[in-house]
Design a protein around this ligand. Structure first.
Ligand SMILES: Nc1nc2c(ncn2[C@@H]2O[C@H](COP(=O)(O)OP(=O)(O)OP(=O)(O)O)[C@@H](O)[C@H]2O)c(=O)[nH]1
Ligand SMILES: [Mg+2]
Length: 541
C-alpha cells in the first residue's frame, strides 16, 4: 500500500492527474481519490456519498464530486516530498515516495542478487535489476549509457516461428475453419505454409486488442475490488461494533442504554415500593393510634367501674342508719358510672387484615374488601375440594382418600383487596343438574379436569361445554384447570385435550396445577382476582 496513496485503490495521490486528486469527505473528514469517490458515488445516492470507512454521509455540493474540497495539506506535502524538502528522520535524508511501487508488486527477482526485487529493465543487457544492482553494474562510462526503463515498461521479446525458426511471428490467423493448433504465423506460414490464403491480422494489432480487453477487465475488476474492499471494511467495522469484549462500539453503547433503562426501572420500582410501604405503615400507625385511644378510654371506664363496685360493696356492709344516710350519694355514683360511655369495638374495628390493591402505576390503595363468589365445578374426583383446601392453606401431608362432596361447601379466603367465597360444588352425576344454581350468580367459574383420567376427558368436555354454553354464565370469567399435572407425565392425550379446549367457541383461560404438590395454585388465585377486577372494570391488581 502506498503511504501517500488513496486507501481505497491504494494508488498514489497526484496534483497533476485529476482522477488521483485527494478529495475530502466533509461529513467525516476522511480523504479518498477523486476516481474512487466517483465510482462510490455512482453506487450510492448521487446527491451524497457514503464514506467507505465509517459509512458517514457527505453531501455532494451540486451533485458533483469535483465540488468536494481538495486535501490541500496532502497535496502540499506531496509537493514538498517531491522537492526533497522533507527529511526522513529515520534515514536522515530527503523523504522519497517509492516510484517503483508498481514494479515491486510484480515481485520479479533481480538478476544480480536473488534476494532483491527487480524494478528496472536494461534494454541492452536484457536484464531485470533492482535499483542498487542497476546502479552498481552500470556505473562504468560505457554501461551507464545503457537504456534502462521501469520493469513495467519492459519491451516484449520477439517471438520466432516454431516451423521456420529464422522467421519472426508477425501475424495471427483469423480463419474460422483453420484446423492448425498454432494460430501464430510468420511470413513463410502465411505465403507458403499451412495458413496460406487464411484471413489474418498483424500480431501487434491482435496484441493491442487483447491488451485493451485485459485493461477493460482490470478496470472492471479494479472497481469490483474497491467495492469488495469497501464492503469488507464496512463489515469489519460492523463486526467490531457488535463484537462483545470491545471497549467501544454500538454494542457497548446499546448495552449501556439498556442497563440505564433497567437501572431507571429499578429506581422507579424502589421509589414506588418505599412509597407503598410508607403508606401502609402510616395506615397501620393511624389504626394503632385509634385502637390505643379506644383501649385507654375503655381502661378508664373499667377503673371507674372497679372503684364504684368497691364503694358499693363497702356500702352493703354498713349499718342501716349510715347506709340510708349515704343513699343519694351511692345511687348517684352507681348511676353516673353506669352512664359512663363505653364504646365496645365491633368485629370490623378488630379485624387486622388489611385490604389493598396496587394500581397499574404501582400505587398502593388501602380500602374495603371486594366480595366475590368463585364457583368450583367439574366431574366427581377431579380435585375441586383438594384445590380449595390448598387455597385455604390447609396442610396436606398426603393424598386424602376420595371423599365426594355431597351438596357444596363454602370457604372464605382473603387475597389483596378481595374476600373470595369459594363454592366447592359436588361433581357426582346426580348433583350436576344443580350446578346452574351456583354458577348463575358467580363472579368466576373454575372448571377442574382430572389430567390423569383421560378415559373421562370426553365426559368432562361435554359437561364443560354444557356449562359454559349456558346463557346464565354470561360474561363470567371461566378458568379450565387441568389438575394432577405432576402425576403421569404429559402425554399425547393431554395435548389433544388442550387443543380440544382451545378449539371451543368460548373464552376460556386454561391453567395447570397439582393439588397434591400445590404447584400452580398460588398463581391461580392471582389470575382469578385479576380476571374479576377486569370484569368489574376496576384497576387490575
Ligand atoms: N395425586 C393426586 N391426587 C389428587 C390430586 N387432586 C386430588 N387428588 C385426590 O383425588 C381424590 C378426589 O379429590 P377431591 O378433591 O375430593 O375431588 P372433588 O373434585 O372434590 O370430587 P367431588 O367432591 O366428588 O366432586 C382425593 O383422594 C384427592 O386426594 C392431585 O393433584 N394429585
Ligand atoms: Mg369435593
Amino acid at each position: 500500500m502506498n503511504e501517500y496513496g488513496c486507501n481505497v485503490c491504494e494508488e498514489e495521490y497526484s496534483a497533476n492527474d485529476e482522477t488521483k486528486c485527494p478529495r475530502v469527505l466533509t461529513g467525516c473528514g476522511h480523504t479518498i481519490c477523486q476516481g474512487c469517490a466517483t465510482s462510490i458515488a455512482q453506487t450510492g445516492r448521487p446527491s451524497s456519498i457514503f464514506c467507505p470507512f465509517d459509512r458517514i454521509s457527505t453531501v455532494l455540493p451540486g451533485g458533483d464530486i469535483r465540488n468536494l474540497k481538495k486535501n490541500f495539506a496532502l497535496l502540499e506535502l506531496l509537493e514538498r516530498i517531491s522537492d526533497g524538502s522533507i527529511i526522513d528522520r529515520s534515514q536522515n535524508e530527503p523523504f522519497q515516495i517509492d516510484k517503483y511501487a508498481k514494479e515491486r508488486q510484480l515481485n520479479i527477482e533481480c538478476d544480480e542478487d536473488q534476494c532483491h526485487v527487480a524494478v528496472i529493465y536494461c534494454t541492452v543487457c536484457d536484464s531485470n535489476l533492482c535499483e542498487s544492482c542497476a546502479e552498481i553494474t552500470h556505473s562504468t562510462n560505457v554501461l551507464s549509457k545503457h537504456k534502462r526503463v521501469p520493469l513495467t515498461d519492459k519491451p516484449t521479446p520477439l517471438v520466432y516461428c516454431k516451423l521456420h525458426a529464422s522467421y519472426c511471428v508477425e501475424f495471427v490467423c483469423k480463419e474460422e475453419y483453420c484446423d492448425s493448433e498454432n494460430r501464430m504465423m510468420c511470413l513463410m506460414c502465411r505465403d507458403y505454409g499451412r495458413h496460406k490464403g487464411h484471413r489474418h491480422i498483424m500480431i501487434e494489432n491482435e496484441l493491442e486488442e487483447l491488451k485493451e480487453k485485459l485493461r477493460e477487465f482490470l478496470n472492471v475488476l479494479g472497481k469490483q475490488t474497491r467495492i469488495v474492499d469497501t464492503s469488507v471494511r464496512s463489515l469489519e467495522i460492523a463486526i467490531q461494533d457488535l463484537s462483545p469484549g470491545q471497549e467501544e462500539g454500538q454494542l457497548v453503547e446499546t448495552r449501556q442504554e439498556v442497563r440505564a433503562h433497567f437501572r431507571q426501572l429499578r429506581a422507579n420500582l424502589d421509589r414506588d415500593e418505599s412509597a407503598a410501604i410508607d403508606k401502609l405503615e402510616t395506615y397501620a400507625r393511624e389504626r394503632v393510634e385509634s385502637l390505643t385511644t379506644n383501649r385507654d378510654r375503655l381502661m378508664a371506664v373499667s377503673t371507674k367501674i372497679g372503684s364504684t363496685c368497691i364503694e358499693l360493696q363497702k356500702a352493703l356492709i354498713l349499718e342501716k342508719g349510715k347506709l340510708l344516710e349515704q343513699k343519694d350519694d351511692l345511687i348517684a355514683l352507681a348511676e353516673s358510672t353506669n352512664a359512663e360511655p363505653a364504646s365496645i369495638p365491633d368485629d370490623s374495628q378488630l379485624c387486622t387484615r388489611i385490604a389493598f390493591s396496587i394500581s397499574n402505576d404501582r400505587r398502593l390503595h388501602i380500602g374495603d374488601f371486594i366480595d366475590s363468589r368463585v364457583v368450583f365445578l367439574g366431574l366427581d374426583g377431579s380435585g375441586k375440594t383438594s384445590i380449595v383446601r390448598r387455597l385455604k392453606k390447609i396442610p396436606m401431608e398426603s393424598v386424602l382418600a376420595p371423599h365426594p362432596t355431597i351438596g357444596f361447601n363454602v370457604e372464605l379466603i382473603h387475597y389483596k383487596n378481595y374476600r373470595l367465597s369459594l363454592w366447592d360444588v359436588g361433581g357426582l352425576p346426580k348433583l350436576r343438574h344443580l350446578w346452574k344454581h351456583y354458577y348463575s350468580n358467580a363472579q368466576c367459574i373454575l372448571y377442574i379436569i382430572d389430567g390423569d383420567s383421560y378415559e373421562r376427558y370426553s365426559e368432562s368436555l361435554r359437561e364443560l361445554t354444557k356449562t359454559v354454553g349456558d346463557p346464565l354464565v354470561g360474561t363470567c370469567p371461566v378458568f379450565v384447570g387441568i389438575n394432577r399435572k405432576d402425576g403421569t407425565p404429559l402425554n399425547g392425550h393431554l395435548d389433544a385435550l388442550l387443543s380440544q379446549i382451545s378449539a371451543l367457541p368460548f373464552q376460556l383461560q386454561i391453567f395447570q396445577c397439582d393439588a397434591a404438590s400445590g404447584s400452580g395454585i398460588d398463581q391461580l388465585i392471582d389470575q382469578i382476582t385479576v380476571s374479576i377486577s377486569r370484569l368489574n372494570g376496576e384497576i387490575p391488581v
